[in-house]
Design a protein around this ligand. Structure first.
Ligand SMILES: Nc1ncnc2c1ncn2[C@@H]1O[C@H](COP(=O)(O)OP(=O)(O)OP(=O)(O)O)[C@@H](O)[C@H]1O
Ligand SMILES: CC(C)(CO)[C@@H](O)C(=O)[O-]
Ligand code: BAL
Length: 281
């Protein structure tokens, strides 16, 4: 596996592969790789001839009081894992390479509606940062397809909408969430949890599953979501939000909707956990 940090080396390799008519799959990440990331690489490998991964802790998607400085950076370990899974190329740019003029003068991509609310409301500017970096990475890597984890459900909708609205020639492949046996979704930020917090963190997923069962037979979405939030908070987490939404528009679900998603975020110690579950009625 080749690792490149500069844009010219990346473009040279990509253009060689494109001239050979090879199909390119892409997996963008922020590093500190776990089995969730590796499942994205495996999915890309099944669908493409060459797999490109990127590791970039994107300053544009972090809020002022967020964890950009402490975000785990484990490049050597990550390279081992990517190589073992058969990744062909790893792109590891620095912020200077990606944003040479600085963030203030950078053109950005804003996706309306699906990026508003939920994580978009709690993390102002977050999805602008995500859409902008993913757009830029797509322009650099020119993939035929790109894999994204459904753990970040709202992010998948934001990227899918961006690709449709801007006619980007990239197929977005959503990949199922990989979980601990406890139900806790794997996440780099789980590394912030103490042993005790790791014991209570699965309560988020347990209550999402409870809610998924309840809404099969009830349309009291607001009342049920409140009961789930109370149960989560009673165990020592602090819910940021828990909502039942239309699976595509992410608008609050109405009684006639059949494709739903439960979206939730909760603070657990230093970590802000997110999780979700799609429900078909
Ligand atoms: N448990 C998981 N299962 C499947 N995909 C995942 C999982 N966790 C993250 N991903 C996906 O991996 C890609 C890169 O995510 P990222 O590097 O932010 O990892 P992360 O573990 O989600 O980190 P964070 O703790 O910052 O949310 C995204 O598409 C994300 O949805
Ligand atoms: C898609 C992404 C790599 C963009 O920085 C990031 O938001 C993530 O890791 O999910
Ligand atoms: N997995 C989403 C990246 C972020 O939380 O910034």
């Amino acid at each position: 596996m080749q690792t490149v940090s500069d844009i010219q080396a990346l473009r040279e390799q990509i253009s060689q592969w494109r001239q050979q008519g090879l199909k390119i799959g892409f997996v963008p990440t922020m590093g500190n790789l776990h089995a969730g990331h590796i499942s994205l690489i495996a999915e890309a490998k099944k669908r493409a001839d060459k797999v490109v991964a990127s590791i970039f802790v994107n300053p544009m998607q972090f809020g002022v009081n967020e964890d950009i400085d402490s975000y785990p950076r484990t490049l050597a370990d990550d390279q081992q894992k990517l190589m073992a899974e058969g990744t062909d190329l790893l792109f590891t740019p620095t912020p200077d390479i990606i944003y040479p003029k600085g963030l203030d003068k950078q053109t950005f991509v804003e996706v309306p509606q699906v990026s508003e609310g939920y994580c978009g409301e709690s993390r102002p500017g977050h999805f602008r940062g995500v859409a902008t970096i993913v757009c830029k990475l797509f322009n650099l890597v020119q993939p035929d397809l790109a894999c994204f984890g459904l753990k970040d459900y709202q992010q998948v909708q934001v990227i899918q909408t961006m690709v449709e609205d801007l006619s980007m020639p990239v197929e977005i492949v959503p990949v199922e969430t990989i979980r601990e046996a406890s139900g806790l979704a794997l996440s780099s930020r789980n590394g912030y949890l103490t042993e005790q917090e790791l014991e209570i963190a699965p309560v988020l997923n347990q209550n999402i599953r409870w809610l998924a069962e309840q809404i099969q037979t009830s349309t009291d979405f607001i009342g049920l979501a409140k009961r789930a939030a109370d149960a989560i908070n009673a165990q020592g987490l602090k819910t940021d939000y828990i909502h039942i939404c239309h699976a595509k528009t992410l608008q609050p679900a109405s009684e006639d909707d059949h494709e739903l998603v439960i979206l939730a975020a909760a603070h657990c110690g230093k970590a802000r956990l997110i999780d979700n579950m799609q429900v078909f009625k």
